[in-house]
Design a protein around this ligand. Structure first.
Ligand code: SF4
Ligand code: MG
Length: 328
């Protein structure tokens, strides 16, 4: 499949005096129609990465270096004007809390109409039809066109946000924990709907969550982030069958499997490093059960089996095939 989004060596920092590198040389590709999940603990940089790609970062966060090629657009270089042209139409963003993203003083219908009017000159009647259509797509009765955000349940608000994100049938929908505020039942039904719509319309999804069970069901490929870096990237089935990075292994143990037998929630002891002063070498070393002397040096990334990237010294070719010791 054709590459739709190509992120190369992206670096994002917060602050000036003592900058925090929230995203550290991340490279990631999303193909047309693909569902890519990004997981990691809070503070690992996963949301910052999404907002950088969508060009929705606000100061003091800024892109320091790297490129984001989206469908031929060099996202990092686009002006606000150029961005307005393609945002919502070619790519859209669904945020964690629709309460923050929706305008509280406008009805859902008015917000949908504004979104449509910003990109297309169509009659009021056409606009109304489009707005009704897109609400139905996400399972909301069009009667709610006249509802205000606070009159809807949390699940309905998230659905309304997704309706907005789909008005123009974009190629890419970027989602930041869109279901994290919902109960499990609402979460599952919303995710099933998103997946059905994705299959129907063929858009790609870049999806951030801290919930491994969600990505295990819906994503084709999985990226695991730790302390601003990608530590593992590969097909979801591969990561779940055989996680390679010790952090990925820990994450999988920390989340109970929905399919297999229930495992105990273990969690990963310790906490991520302070990104103002990250340790030299591997960032996971203080929590890693397999830490070695060499981990004080920065690990390279390796392709291991079907995993495209694993950032860990355990997978250095020299360790995989030990060199014979020379006799004295
Ligand atoms: Fe653990 Fe070392 Fe691999 Fe880091 S590089 S994850 S400390 S084994
Ligand atoms: Mg977040």
């Amino acid at each position: 499949r054709q590459v739709l989004l190509d992120v190369e060596d992206l670096v994002v920092e917060y602050g000036v005096d003592e900058p925090v590198r929230a995203v550290d040389h991340v490279s990631l590709r999303v193909r047309r129609g693909e569902f890519v999940g990004i997981v990691g603990e809070s503070g690992c940089g996963k949301s910052t990465l999404l907002y950088a790609i969508a060009r929705l970062l606000s100061p003091p966060a800024r892109i320091v270096s790297g490129t984001v090629d989206f469908n031929g657009h060099h996202m990092v270089e686009l002006t606000e004007d150029e961005l307005r042209h393609i945002r919502w139409r070619d790519y859209s963003v669904v945020m964690q809390s629709a309460m923050n993203a929706l305008n509280p003083v406008l009805s859902i219908g008015a917000q949908l109409r504004d979104a449509i009017a910003a990109h297309e000159k169509v009659s009021a009647a056409t606009m109304r039809t489009r707005a009704e259509e897109v609400l139905r797509l996400v399972g909301i009765d069009p009667i709610h066109l006249s509802s205000y955000p606070h009159q809807l349940s949390g699940g309905m608000r998230q659905r309304a946000m997704i309706a907005m994100a789909l008005v123009f049938r974009p190629d890419l929908v970027i989602m930041d924990e869109p279901t994290s505020a919902l109960d499990v039942v609402a979460q599952r039904s919303l995710m099933r709907r998103v997946k059905q719509l994705q299959e129907e319309f063929g858009f790609a999804v870049l999806f951030v969550t801290h919930d491994m069970s969600l990505v295990s069901h819906y994503s084709d490929r999985l990226a695991i982030m730790y302390a601003g870096q990608l530590v593992e990237l590969g097909p979801t089935s591969e990561v779940f069958a055989q996680a390679r990075h010790p952090y990925s292994v820990g994450l999988l143990q920390a989340f109970p499997s929905l399919r297999g037998p229930r495992r105990e929630l273990t969690g990963i002891p310790g906490s991520p490093p302070d990104l103002r002063h990250p340790p030299a070498g591997c960032r996971f070393q203080a929590r890693c059960p397999q830490v070695m002397d060499v981990c004080r040096q920065e690990p390279a990334t390796y392709q291991v089996g079907r995993a495209e990237l694993v950032r860990c010294h355990l997978y250095a070719p020299s360790r995989r095939t030990p060199e014979p010791v020379e006799p004295r």
